[in-house]
Design a protein around this ligand. Structure first.
Ligand SMILES: Nc1nc2c(ncn2[C@@H]2O[C@H](COP(=O)(O)OP(=O)(O)OP(=O)(O)O)[C@@H](O)[C@H]2O)c(=O)[nH]1
Ligand SMILES: [Mg+2]
Length: 392
C-alpha cells in the first residue's frame, strides 16, 4: 500500500451511542442492587444523591452507599464519544507547526539538516533513541531516493516515519483477552494520578453496555478517598463495587473481589490498585501478592495487566513503564490524557523501546472518553496531517 492510499480517510463510522443504565438486577436472581429503590431514586439522580448498592454478605464494605457525584447530571446516557482524531488535536497542531518550521528552514541536504531533523523529532517526543535511529536511516534513504526538492524530502521522511512506526507494531497484539469461561480478571497498575480508577470507570461501563456482567474491586486501600472514587463510578454506572475498610490489606479486597466475581457469575472483574505506597519496592511486592491471590483462585487469571501511563508526562511515562515492565507481566498499556497534551508522539517510543502494545487511549474525563487504540488511525491522524500540511 502506497502512502497516498494509506492516508485516504476511511469513511466516517457512525458514533457509538453507549446507553449507561443505572443499577439494575442481574438476570439470574442475584440482586446486587435493590431494584425498587433504584426505580424510584436512581433514574433521576441529582448531584450528591446516595445510591444504595448491596454486595454479597461475605464482602466487607467500607461504606455500602456510593454517592452519585457532582457529575450526575451528565451520566444518564453517554451520547458522544471523543474519537482519536479529536483527542490528538494538540499533538497534531504542535507536530504540524514544528514540521512546517523545519521545512521552511530547508536549504539543502547536509549535516545541519539531519541534526535539525533529529532535534525536531526529539522535540516531538519520539524519544532520543528513536530519533537517532530514524535520522540514521534517513541519511541513506534520502541519498537512495535522490530526493532534492522540498516536497521529495518531506515525502521521504514521512514515509520513513510511517514505515518505522508500522514495522515496530507488527507483532504486537493490541486485542483484549478474555477467559473462555468464568470471570476474566483485568488488573490495573500504574503510579498515582495516571488515570487507573477513571479508566476502570469508563472501561467497565463500556463492557457493561456490551452486555457483560462486570464487578469492580477497590484494592487501593492506601489513599483516602480511593474507594469512594471507584464506588462513585460504580454507582453512576450500576456496577457493584467490592471494597474493604480503610488501610485494609489490598490482597484481601482482591480475594473478596475474585470470590464475588465467581459466585455471581461475573464476566469481568476489574481490580483497581494503589499508585503510591511507601516506596516502589512495596508497590511492586503488593502487586505481586495480588497477582498470586488471583492466580490461586483462578489459575488463568489475570488475563490482562494493564499499565496506565499519563501521556502528559512524556518521557517520564516511558521510565515508569520500564519500572513496571521489569517487575510485573504487563500485557498492555492504557495511554491516558491524550486529549490534554501535545505529547502524543510518546506512542512511538512506547512501541520502539518498550514493545508493549497500547490497547486503549484515554481522551477525556467522561465515561465515553476511552477508545481502543487503532494504530493505523493514529498514523493517519498524525503523519497524515504533515503530508498535506493540514494543521486543523
Ligand atoms: N483529560 C483527561 N483526564 C483524565 C483522563 N484519565 C484520567 N483523567 C483525570 O486524571 C486524574 C487522575 O485520575 P485517577 O483515575 O484518579 O488516577 P489514578 O491512577 O487512579 O490515581 P491514584 O488512585 O492516585 O493512583 C483525574 O482528575 C481524572 O479525571 C483522560 O483520559 N483525560
Ligand atoms: Mg485510583
Amino acid at each position: 500500500m502506497g502512502l497516498f492510499d494509506f492516508f485516504k480517510k476511511k469513511p466516517a463510522t457512525p458514533k457509538v451511542v453507549v446507553e449507561v443504565l443505572y443499577p439494575q438486577t442481574w438476570e439470574n436472581g442475584e440482586v446486587p442492587v435493590e431494584p425498587t429503590a433504584l426505580a424510584a431514586e436512581v433514574l433521576q439522580p441529582t448531584p450528591g444523591q446516595a445510591v444504595e448498592i448491596q454486595v454479597p454478605s461475605h464482602v466487607a464494605v467500607e461504606e455500602d452507599v456510593a454517592t452519585v457525584a457532582e457529575t450526575a447530571e451528565t451520566e444518564t446516557a453517554v451520547t458522544s464519544e471523543t474519537n482519536l482524531d479529536e483527542g490528538l488535536t494538540k499533538t497534531r497542531k504542535t507536530w504540524s507547526e514544528r514540521w512546517n518550521a523545519f521545512m521552511a528552514n530547508f536549504r539543502s541536504v547536509d549535516e545541519d539538516f539531519f541534526e535539525e531533523l533529529e532535534e525536531t523529532l526529539i522535540g516531538a517526543d519520539v524519544g532520543a533513541q528513536t530519533a537517532l535511529q530514524l535520522t540514521d536511516e534517513l541519511r541513506n534513504e534520502v541519498k537512495l531516493q535522490n530526493a532534492k526538492s522540498k516536497a521529495d524530502i518531506s515525502r521521504v521522511i514521512i514515509d520513513k516515519l510511517v514505515e518505522h512506526y508500522r514495522s515496530q507494531g507488527v507483532n504486537e497484539d493490541a486485542s483484549m483477552h478474555f477467559a473462555p469461561d468464568g470471570p476474566t480478571v483485568i488488573l490495573f497498575v500504574g503510579v498515582n494520578g495516571v488515570g487507573k480508577t477513571t479508566t476502570i470507570g469508563k472501561m467497565s461501563a463500556r463492557y457493561k453496555a456490551e452486555g457483560k456482567k462486570v464487578v469492580l474491586a477497590a484494592a487501593d486501600t492506601f489513599r483516602a478517598g480511593a474507594t469512594q472514587q471507584l464506588q462513585a463510578w460504580g454507582g453512576r454506572n450500576g456496577i457493584p463495587v467490592v471494597a474493604g475498610a480503610a488501610n485494609a490489606d489490598p490482597a484481601s479486597v482482591v480475594y473478596d473481589g475474585v470470590k464475588t466475581a465467581i459466585e455471581t457469575n461475573a464476566d469481568i472483574l476489574f481490580v483497581d490498585t494503589a499508585g503510591r505506597l511507601q516506596n516502589n519496592v512495596n508497590l511492586m511486592q503488593e502487586l505481586a501478592k495480588m497477582k498470586r491471590i488471583i492466580t490461586r483462585e483462578l489459575p488463568n487469571e489475570p488475563q490482562e495487566v494493564l499499565l496506565a501511563l499519563d501521556a502528559t508526562t512524556g518521557q517520564n511515562a516511558l521510565q515508569q513503564a520500564h519500572l513496571f515492565k521489569d517487575s510485573t507481566d504487563v500485557t498492555g498499556i492504557v495511554l491516558t490524557k491524550l486529549d490534554g497534551t501535545a505529547k502524543g508522539g510518546i506512542i512511538l517510543p512506547i512501541r520502539n523501546e518498550l514493545h508493549l502494545p497500547v490497547k486503549w487511549v484515554g481522551l477525556g474525563e467522561q465515561v465515553g472518553d476511552l477508545q481502543p487504540f487503532d494504530a493505523d488511525d493514529f498514523a493517519k491522524s498524525l503523519f497524515g496531517s504533515l503530508l498535506i500540511g493540514d494543521d486543523k
